[in-house]
Ligand binder design. Structure first.
Ligand code: CP
Ligand code: NVA
Length: 304
């Protein structure tokens, strides 16, 4: 794998299938694996935003692989009071074997990785959430036993970190993604235009058309962390894109529901859909653990 994981663009198709294969092994053999690929490795986790899944799955995963994690709240580091990112990256590279970062501006993670001498993993920025997308792809593979040709309809904020990463992930994995969003939240043209693999991404305004052929319906919060000031406008504009039972009736009977969580029940998704048999959101959340263990082992394990 590439030295860093900042966006899905660093992942090759071969990497993707290696991650899927190893994550499946870790999932099957949880608690019985003797191998400790992170033995003796210390991994820093710098978080500037809240997290439940990402923080806990990384910390547990690192421990299960024999490594040691240090959770660092960004505001309590000197970088939170003005020390530069290049200085912080070079100092932490002298202590740690990798850094996992969750922050606001994506450029900050890029700058950190430029100056760090150790691998850097993006645990969510305003623009991308690659670890979530890799877990989503693994979940789809688990349920559909293939990726090529799988149809996903993503509804809501077409410019969110999830939408952006799904566009790249779908293209890489050979899936057909429809981003369903209003004009104001339409997907980024630079990402839609990229060719990473055999997959595709299109924009559709009409939710019922978007879900008609979908194998999976995906949604994410309308107000991502850092965008709270726009909450009122976003809720108003995105309300027609809610994933509810009426929308689900426009999809096929086998269509499954994905959501990266946390969910704002009653906004982007209704309770009954989230709790329905079609929903696989808790499998998806669990898979963060297995997939991130695979990513860490492939990036930091002995053979690398
Ligand atoms: N899906 C996800 O990244 O969740 P957290 O914000 O809880 O980490
Ligand atoms: N788009 C959401 C994802 C949370 C996992 C956010 O950035 O808040």
């Amino acid at each position: 794998m590439h030295q860093d994981l900042l966006t899905i663009e660093e992942v090759t198709k071969q990497d993707l299938y290696e991650i899927i294969k190893l994550a499946a092994v870790y999932k099957r053999s949880r608690g019985t694996m003797k191998e400790k690929p992170l033995d003796g490795k210390s991994i820093g986790m710098i978080f500037a935003k809240s997290s439940t899944r990402t923080r806990v799955s990384f910390e547990v995963g690192i421990r299960e692989l024999g490594g040691f994690s240090i959770f660092l709240e960004e505001s309590k580091l000197q970088v939170g009071r003005g020390e530069t990112i290049p200085d912080t990256a070079r100092v932490l590279s002298r202590y740690l074997h990798a850094v996992i970062i969750r922050t606001y501006k994506h450029e900050e993670v890029v700058e950190f990785a430029k100056y760090a001498h150790i691998p850097v993993i993006n645990a969510l920025t305003d623009e991308y959430h690659p670890c979530q997308t890799l877990a989503d792809i693994f979940t789809i593979y688990e349920f559909s036993e293939k990726l090529e040709g799988i149809k996903i309809a993503y509804l809501g904020d077409g410019q969110s970190n999830m939408a952006n990463s799904l566009i790249l992930g779908a293209k890489l994995a050979g899936m057909e993604l429809t981003i369903c969003a209003p004009e104001e939240f339409k997907p980024r043209q630079d990402l839609m235009g990229k060719s990473l693999g055999t997959g595709s991404a299109v924009w559709e305004i009409d939710p019922k058309k978007a879900v008609a052929q979908a194998d999976y319906i995906y949604t994410d919060v309308w107000v991502s962390m850092g965008f709270e000031e726009e909450a009122k406008k976003r809720v108003k504009m995105l309300t027609p894109y809610q994933v509810n039972m009426e929308l689900l009736s426009a999809a096929g009977p086998e269509t499954r529901i994905l959501h990266c969580l946390p969910a704002h029940r009653g906004e982007e998704i209704t309770d009954d859909v989230l709790e329905s048999k079609r929903s696989i959101v808790f499998d998806e959340a669990e898979n963060r653990l297995h997939v991130q263990k695979a990513i860490l082992a492939l990036m930091l394990g002995e053979k690398n």
